[in-house]
Design a protein around this ligand. Structure first.
Ligand code: ADP
Ligand code: MG
Length: 679
């Protein structure tokens, strides 16, 4: 193994300075270097006759030098070296800019391979700065599929490629095989040495694909096995088990009967809390599936065991709403609910914190910042994070440090397929509320263009006349550069002044002070406004049962899951509810995407559709932090390989015997090294 972990410094052509530049790319050993994969490839393998070269399409050709190169000094800093070459089909003028040394390397009447891009117009064709090699020499820059590496200042592509080849020659024999032969046979994967060779110097595009497939599988497999091991290691974190009272007592206090799915998920949570191990559980449930009641049950069990629970909401509006909703529910059960938000006065905050520290509150509801910052709990046994997709992995970890390893319950309203959930929340166990409370209506959804504006305005008026309320969501707050984007501020004004002067129009957006937001949201909830023009601040969790119409402007600017969330703001009461999606976008893909929303109200189906159409990168947008970065694999393009790797990982981890086999030890060592830092 000696050479594999030797410094790149020992390679020919790598001095101290270059070693430093490599180090800036995270490359210090030969192993690092051969694991630095190309980002793209150029097809220089096909040899084209000169007459068939196409402008702006780089290509390789074979030709004789038909005139001795001549260098012309044009002006200071500009030398042009010119010559002509020819094959049996045509002749071509070549020009090199400031590369007068080529004159010494291109000999009259000798034959070379060239690679370059034809330029030209009616005056004639030419080529600037092609690379070339004598036909007698083996192809390095021509006649092959050329790897293109991610570059950095001071390292050009050929140098990296050459250095990688040197490293491969030196250490490939020592490369550990992380995927044993039986596993490779099962999933049709090539061996490690072949994969490394071919990814850097593909002998054909087919061989390259085989190499990539193997490396992607390896990457996903390592990741999946690593997460599983992390999960099982984490299980060892202990905490004296709770005593779980009969759920019927909790249910009796509710104004409704729990759904089967809610009961099942509460059961899974209760089992965790009883187990003597620390819970780390993600609850996925569609909008309106009743996640709050599930969280309340967990808080109730915790309080019954003499410990405190914290419920973190992503916004103050939601925190207030949760506190208001949970207080009447839990008070009869003896659970004291306290609220802690940023808009409380310093004195109020101080009081709340004192009560929390003195264990005069059992369930503390607040925004995650407030709960995690200056608050000290008397005995924190459970942390619930609501609408998890707003929280990053790091915040989750920071929170767990409050209290002595409290149980963690994460609730997400963005349902995602299990394969992806395992990647994103691989360290969490998964529960799914896959059933809505009975009698939930479907929200009729329509995709419309500007031509329907008058009709929709009339419809808004009709809803208001019936005593119902309307949300209108805009993609922007203020007028901006993009004039096609409806802004909440000016649209609210237009509607109030010109369209609905007789109705009460309110404005809500993210730049407002939180006290102001509270006030407006509260007033809307009390029915003091007919229309709320807002940005996506109303997206998550807001509950106003009297609202029956959701209008989304520039709907194409939102993701499907986000639109589904927005739509979930209506249909919360008895009355029939509607969602109108405005778009001026004519792109067939966009229309198809938005139509998916009109077809179904099922969040899981919508997220599947969204993922299929856009891929996870877009799907999560910039919101989802903690998405792992893979070197070769892409969560978007390599879903099938991901699933195979996850299957293989599950087989491996659940096997008694496989992890003990010698051929799996290199893999386990690798995982240990990779995951050591995330422990
Ligand atoms: P979400 O999963 O989106 O957070 P909530 O917990 O806010 O959903 O619940 C949505 C609405 O459904 C609330 O008004 C809640 O009181 C109600 N609800 C929850 N569970 C049930 C149930 N089993 N039967 C009837 N209504 C329920
Ligand atoms: Mg909720």
């Amino acid at each position: 193994m000696a050479r594999l972990f030797d410094s790149v410094r020992y390679l020919k052509g790598v001095g101290e300075a270059r070693a430093k530049t490599f180090a800036s790319l995270g490359i210090s050993t030969l192993y690092d270097l051969i694991s630095y994969f190309p980002r793209a490839y150029e097809d220089r393998s096909r040899i084209v006759p000169i007459a068939e070269l196409q402008t702006d399409e780089p290509a390789c050709f074979r030709a004789f030098v038909t005139s001795s190169p001549r260098t012309h000094h044009i002006r200071k800093g500009l030398d042009l070296t010119k010559l002509t070459v020819a094959d049996e089909t045509a002749r071509l003028n070549l020009t090199f800019f400031n590369q007068s040394y080529v004159a010494d390397n291109l000999e009259y009447s000798r034959e070379y391979y060239f690679y370059g891009t034809l330029t030209g117009d009616y005056l004639g064709y030419a080529m600037n700065n092609p690379v070339f090699e004598p036909v007698e020499k083996p192809g390095v820059l021509t006649r092959r599929i050329m790897p293109i590496y991610p570059l950095t200042a001071g390292l050009h592509n050929n140098l990296i490629s050459r250095t990688v080849q040197q490293a491969l020659d030196a250490c490939l024999g020592e490369l550990p095989e992380l995927l044993p032969a039986a596993l490779r046979a099962q999933y049709g994967l090539c061996d490690a040495a072949t994969a490394y060779r071919e990814i850097h110097a593909p002998s054909s595009f087919e061989a390259l694909e085989t190499a990539r497939h193997r490396l992607i599988f390896e990457e996903f497999f390592i990741f999946s096995v690593g997460l599983s091991l992390l999960r099982s290691g984490r299980d060892e974190k202990t905490r004296p088990g709770f005593t779980v009272p009969a759920l019927s007592e909790f249910e009796a206090a509710l104004p409704f009967a729990l759904t089967g799915a809610q009961k099942r998920v509460i059961g899974e949570i209760a089992a965790d809390l009883e187990s003597g191990r620390v819970m780390n559980r993600l609850v996925q449930g569609d909008v309106g599936s009743g996640k709050t009641a599930v969280a309340a049950a967990a808080a109730w069990i915790t309080a019954r065991n003499g410990q405190q629970a914290a419920l973190m909401a992503p916004t103050e509006i939601l925190a207030e709403q949760h506190a208001k909703g949970l207080e009447p529910l839990l008070a009869p059960l003896g659970v004291r609910v306290a609220l802690l938000t940023g808009s409380m006065t310093p004195a109020q905050k101080k009081n709340a914190r004192a009560a929390i520290a003195a264990h005069e509150a059992d369930l503390i509801v607040g925004t995650h910042a407030l709960i995690s910052e200056a608050t000290s709990f008397s005995d924190l046994g459970l942390v619930v994070a609501d609408e998890q997709h707003r929280f990053g992995v790091a915040q989750r970890a920071a929170l767990a440090e409050k209290g002595r390893d409290p149980h963690l319950l994460v609730m997400s309203a963005t349902p995602i397929p299990r394969t992806l959930a395992l990647i994103l929340y691989g360290d969490l166990d998964l529960s799914v509320i896959d059933e809505l409370p009975p009698g939930r209506q479907t929200i009729d959804t329509f995709l419309v263009g500007e031509d329907k504006r008058a009709r929709i305005n009339a419809f808004i008026r009709k809803q208001a006349a019936e005593g119902h309320q309307v949300y209108i969501v805009c993609p922007a707050i203020e007028e901006g550069e993009d004039e096609s984007l409806r802004s909440a501020e000016s649209w609210a004004e237009t509607l109030q002044q010109a369209v609905f002067p007789d109705l009460r129009v309110a404005l809500l957006h993210g730049k407002m002070k939180s006290a102001q937001k509270e006030e407006i949201m509260g007033a809307f909830a009390r029915g003091e406004y007919d229309i709320l023009v807002a940005t996506t601040v109303v997206e998550v969790g807001v509950d106003v049962p009297n609202a029956t119409l959701m209008v989304v402007e520039n709907a194409d600017r939102f993701g499907l899951s986000q639109l589904h969330q927005l739509r979930g703001r209506v249909g919360r009461g008895e009355a029939k509810s509607y969602c109108i999606l405005f778009t001026a976008n004519r792109n067939p893909e966009t229309i198809k995407r938005l139509k998916a929303l009109c077809k179904t109200n099922d969040g899981f189906e919508i997220s599947r559709e969204d993922l299929a159409l856009r891929g996870p990168g877009d799907f999560f947008g910039t919101r989802q932090h903690g998405l792992p970065a893979f070197k070769v694999g892409s969560l978007e393009l390599d879903m099938q390989t991901l699933q195979d790797a996850q299957t293989a990982a599950a087989d491996f981890v659940s096997s008694e015997e496989l992890p003990k086999r010698p051929e799996y030890q290199p893999l386990l060592e690798r995982i240990k090294a990779l995951f050591a830092s995330t422990d």
